[in-house]
Structure formats: C-alpha cells, structure tokens
Design a protein around this ligand. Structure first.
Ligand code: IPE
Ligand code: IPE
Ligand code: MG
Length: 256
C-alpha cells in the first residue's frame, strides 16, 4: 500500500506536491538552503542581476512560511558568503540593503507566524545599517517559538572553523578548556550553529552541485538535493518535493 503510494508520487509532477504528501513524523529538524541563481534568473529575463536578488526575497518569504507550517525547527539560508565581497560594488551594496528592507517590511508577518530570526556569520564586518537591521530583527523576534529563520550573512565555513580553532586554543590558554575535553561534540559547540542540530537536508537551487564553503563540518551526513530551478522560481511545491524525496531516502551514517 505504502509502496503503491510511493510509486504514484514518483509519477507526480513537481507542481502537484502538497503538504499532505509529507509524513509529519519524519520532517527534518534543520534544513539548509544554498539560494543560488538569482543573477542568471534576471539575465535570462534581460534584467539587471539585482532584480534577481529582489525577486529572491519573495521566495524566502514563501519558503519560510512553508517550513514553519511543516514544523521544521531551523531553516538556514545562505544569503551572502565571505567570498561574495568579490562581486561588483553595486551588487554588494544592493545585497546589503535587502535585509533591512525584508525584515522591516515583513516584521508583522514574522511576528504573526511566531518566526524567530537569527543571523549567522561574521556580522561585525557587515555595514552598520545592515547589522543594525539584523540585530533589531533578532531582538524583536527572540521570544518567538516557531521556526528559526537562520540567515547566513558574511558566512564562510573555513573561516568559521578557523575562528573556532583559535577560540579553542585561547580557552585552553585561559584554563577554560582542557585538550582531553576536545571531541566532535566540543568542536560543534564552538561553531556558529552550536544551538542547532546538523542539517538533515541541504538544498541547492540553480543546477550547481557544490557546497561553496557552506557548513562543511555540519553537512557531513546531510542528504543533498539539487534542482535546476533558479532561486526566484523556487516554490513551496518544489520545497515540499524536496522534503518528500528526503523522506524516501535511507540514511545509513556508515552502518547498514
Ligand atoms: C545567489 O544568486 C545569491 C547570492 C549569492 C547572493 P547568485 O547571485 O549567485 O546568482 P547566479 O549564481 O550568479 O545566477
Ligand atoms: C553561494 O553561491 C553563496 C550564496 C548562495 C550566498 P555563489 O553563487 O556565491 O557560489 P559559487 O560562486 O557559484 O560557488
Ligand atoms: Mg551563484
């Protein structure tokens, strides 16, 4: 019976996926997304790249809403990497203005949906106005108990690991940590994701199949899911398809 349902769903078009296709008992606690393809989406339409970033913000709203509805605990979105500073100045400037625009405009809905906003990355290097906006959003939503919308801004995983290593050395020198106490759990506790479980599922849009310096440690056993669709066209139904596909997989963690 279940097998039959599975076969039926395999034949389903992506656009037909629905919340009722998801097993509520097997929803990932933490989903991470590399939101990619904004620039190409815009270029395909003959628009400037930044138009793609603006369109991508709408997708964030839709996906956060769906994740909240599914009772996913944490949705980590890669919004700006430590390498993205290499982009043209006008694009970087635009990207740094999006958080304030999004967070101010959407604050009522974020509150209504009980969503908690967090920002993860080397935030002190962000422009002051960006930092102010994200800090304010974190403060306003800190008591919300629904989805944690964790936005990775100026995040890079190697930098995170470097920072964690230095912090551990410092704590040893200060007598707060002993070398014997360093195990995998301890390392995780020094990372920017220390409050969260590792993501069970990583989604990347736009057809690229690489990690691009995202959560290198945390993704050790995550299920990977890719789509050709550019981020501005990523939909709730496609997100549900990703969760559905995740639920059909067998995670083995090296065992049988
Ligand atoms: C993802 O879209 C958003 C950011 C990296 C900020 P891109 O801007 O990378 O779009 P493509 O990959 O060039 O199409
Ligand atoms: C990864 O996308 C970073 C974000 C989505 C924020 P990029 O577009 O920067 O990655 P590469 O350059 O294709 O690897
Ligand atoms: Mg890209």
């Amino acid at each position: 019976m279940l097998k039959g349902l599975f076969r039926k769903n395999q034949e389903k078009k992506e656009s037909q996926f629905d919340f009722k296709d998801i097993d509520p008992m097997n929803v990932p606690k933490h989903v991470a997304i590399i939101m990619d393809g904004n620039g190409r989406w815009a270029q395909k339409k003959g628009l400037p790249r930044v138009a793609g970033h603006r369109a991508g913000v709408k997708t964030i709203k839709n996906i956060a809403r769906a994740a909240n509805q599914l009772n996913i605990q944490v949705l980590t979105l890669y919004a700006f990497s430590t390498e993205n500073w290499k982009r043209p100045e006008n694009e970087v400037k635009f990207l740094m203005e999006l958080p304030q625009e999004f967070l101010i405009k959407e604050m009522d809905e974020l509150m209504e949906q009980n969503i908690q906003v967090r920002v993860m990355g080397f935030v002190v290097e962000l422009p002051e106005h960006t930092l102010k906006a994200v800090k304010e959003a974190e403060e306003l939503t800190k008591n919300n108990t629904g989805l944690i919308l964790n936005i990775a801004m100026n995040y890079g995983s190697r930098n995170e690991l470097l920072h964690a290593t230095n912090q551990m050395i410092q704590d040893i020198l200060d007598g707060k940590l002993s070398q014997e106490a360093i195990d995998e759990k301890k390392i995780s506790s020094y990372l920017l994701t220390s409050d969260f479980p590792d993501p069970e599922l990583l989604i990347r849009t736009s057809g690229e199949q690489r990690i691009s310096n995202f959560l290198l440690w945390q993704l050790a056993y995550s299920e990977l899911w890719f789509t050709q669709v550019y981020w501005p066209d990523f939909s709730q139904t496609l997100f549900l398809k990703a969760i559905y596909d995740y639920q059909q997989r067998t995670r083995r963690f090296g065992g049988l």
